[in-house]
Design a protein. Structure first.
Length: 114
């Protein structure tokens, strides 16, 4: 089993920045990749991006150049740095870890509004 605890999120003005963190515990060695999904009201959950065990990242086109995913292997933590935030980035952000199955964090609200 893997447990994921997310921190961060909140209210930010357009153009601002936020950083989310996702700390993993449990069967860490089974994790091949970690990443983030988001779900806006009335919309389907969409992939934001992910990072493999080897550090290779991939991002949705909508966030490329604005969001950065990184990981601290020593602390089993993955980060989502979000810059130049737009109102359309407003959503609940979910951390996930991919091992034999997909594990999910509890979700954290990000609201971009003036």
């Amino acid at each position: 089993q893997v447990q994921l605890v997310e921190l961060g999120g909140g209210l930010v003005q357009p153009g601002g920045s936020l950083r989310l963190s996702c700390a993993a515990s449990g069967s860490i060695s089974s994790i091949n990749a970690m990443g983030w999904y988001r779900q806006a009201p009335g919309k389907q959950r969409e992939l934001v991006g992910d990072i493999t065990r080897g550090g290779i990242t991939d991002y949705a086109d909508s966030v490329k150049g604005r969001f950065t995913i990184s990981r601290d292997n020593a602390n089993n933590t993955t980060y989502l740095q979000m810059n130049s935030l737009l109102p359309e980035d407003t959503a609940v952000y979910y951390c996930y870890a991919r091992g034999w199955i997909i594990y999910w964090g509890q979700g954290t609200q990000v609201t971009v509004s003036s």
